[in-house]
Ligand binder design. Structure first.
Ligand SMILES: [Zn+2]
Length: 115
């Protein structure tokens, strides 16, 4: 793509490279309708669940074990965010239900998920 200073996408790409003092991206969502989701570890969140950050958009809390079990590409989601991705399945080891699309391991017992 040719660089055009008036192209909103090009401006957006420049903005994305800027970071604030905390080292976090200043721009959370992209022109390509994808949202970069940040998931922060928090021990009091139920494994397999996500809790929205009260003030930061596109930021969620999850149990460290949940984060370990997550698919590596889950941090980029579609515009509708986490809720619309639900595809519940049950672990055949611990019998807990969770959203299959998020995980490569069971978020409850960390058992490898085989299709
Ligand atoms: Zn399990």
């Amino acid at each position: 793509m040719k660089k055009d200073p008036h192209n909103p996408n090009a401006i957006y790409e420049q903005l994305k490279t800027l970071t604030n003092a905390a080292g976090l991206p200043l721009v959370g969502s992209s022109a390509s309708q994808e949202i970069k989701v940040r998931i922060l570890p928090k021990n009091n969140v139920t494994p397999g669940k996500f809790k929205a950050h009260p003030t930061c958009p596109d930021t969620w809390f999850a149990h460290p074990q949940t984060i370990l079990a997550l698919r590596p590409d889950v941090f980029v989601l579609g515009e509708n965010g986490l809720e619309d991705f639900e595809l519940l399945c049950q672990c055949n080891i611990c019998h807990q239900s969770f959203d299959r699309q998020f995980f490569i391991l069971c978020p409850y017992c960390l058992k490898d998920l085989h299709p």
